[in-house]
Design a binder for this molecule. Structure first.
Ligand SMILES: Cc1cc2nc3c(=O)[nH]c(=O)nc-3n(C[C@H](O)[C@H](O)[C@H](O)COP(=O)(O)OP(=O)(O)OC[C@H]3O[C@@H](n4cnc5c(N)ncnc54)[C@H](O)[C@@H]3O)c2cc1C
Ligand code: SF4
Length: 287
């Protein structure tokens, strides 16, 4: 089950054009949190907000739709969202916390709920965990090198970055697009990503990403009872346009293929760690 357990899968996009104007794909994360905020399902969400340097996000606790809107778009670098969940329940005083994260971050949230070391009274306050698909991530300096040296774009001129169809693309405020083949980006990947066995955020309430759906749309998997209920209510309230995933191209076939490739490659890396040294291996966090 490379796509994890899920109840339903659709292709979808936000109904609000304002959300779509600067979202990464179908604006699912921003629109679903906005709905959950307005309905009182959450009283805030930990998202990757703007940081001090361009495209270097910092986790923030968004308690308004305006703050959610500021966090739209993918930043292909590490943003330690999980570090804010405790703070969200303490100094922000939230009782119903939303959080968005990459698959590893959603794993951390679930681990904190089951083994709450240093996380007293946090677990039962997680109200909605949205996971985003993730093949790999980059340290900030690596991202800067990719954008400035390989794509010849200043970080401050970039308005969108995107990985898809074998390319890393940077879009500028003046309408230019600069692309490099993905194979040039591999050496900048965060090494920790090479032992990651989750592509589609298997442990989230709702998972979303671009792969499987046409440009401007997202693939959405509802996984838990909670995720399915909130998603269903949002559809009923007219917050999203949806299409059956079977009716769109490339659909679940490509998603399954990419998830399988990620898991197979990284499982091999994990296996090699066992015999890395002479009569010694490196740690395997899964056993
Ligand atoms: C490192 C990385 C790798 C990805 N790889 C893939 C992939 O291989 N295939 C695929 O289909 N999709 C991938 N995605 C997901 C995709 O780029 C979009 O984030 C996702 O489709 C959500 O789009 P949206 O329009 O629904 O979200 P929006 O409404 O635009 O909101 C995006 C949300 O993501 C959060 N976010 C942005 N950057 C980060 C970050 N670095 N860490 C944590 N949260 C962040 C923001 O806080 C915001 O709330 C990746 C995302 C990241 C961060
Ligand atoms: S590849 Fe895995 S470890 Fe790396 S950021 Fe994505 S989910 Fe996390």
């Amino acid at each position: 089950m490379v796509l994890g357990n899920y109840k339903n899968c659709v292709s979808a996009r936000a109904a609000d054009p304002a959300v779509l104007s600067a979202s990464q794909d179908g604006g699912i994360v921003t629109q679903l949190f906005a709905f959950a905020l307005e309905e009182g399902i959450i009283d805030g969400a930990v998202v990757a907000g703007p940081g001090d340097e361009p495209y270097k996000p910092e986790p923030i606790v968004a308690t308004t739709v305006a703050e959610l809107m500021e966090a739209r778009g993918t930043r292909y670098t590490i943003c330690p969202n999980v570090a804010m969940i405790k703070e969200a329940t303490r100094s922000y005083g939230l009782d119903k916390v939303g959080i968005v994260g990459t698959p590893c971050q959603i794993q951390a949230v679930r681990k904190a709920q089951l083994y709450p070391m240093g996380m007293r009274s946090v677990g039962d306050k997680i109200a909605l965990a949205i996971g985003i698909f993730c093949m790999e991530n980059f340290p900030y300096q690596g991202l800067e090198t990719m954008v400035e040296d390989l794509c010849n774009v200043k970080m401050e001129s970039a308005v969108k970055m995107d990985i898809g169809k074998g390319k890393f693309s940077v879009y500028t405020s003046r309408g230019a697009v600069s692309q490099i083949p993905l194979k040039l980006t591999h050496k900048f990947e965060q090494p920790g990503c090479h032992v990651c066995l989750d592509y589609v955020a298997n442990l989230a309430d709702v998972s979303t990403g671009s792969v499987g759906s046409p440009d401007g749309w997202s693939t959405v998997l509802t996984r838990t009872k909670k995720g399915e209920t909130i998603w269903g209510k949002a559809i009923e309230a007219g917050y999203f346009e949806t299409k059956p995933i079977e009716d769109v191209k490339p659909g679940l076939g490509l998603l399954t293929k990419l998830a399988t490739e990620k898991i197979t490659k990284n499982q091999k890396t994990l296996d090699e760690r066992a015999t890395f040294g002479v009569d010694k291996g490196l740690r395997n966090p899964y056993i």
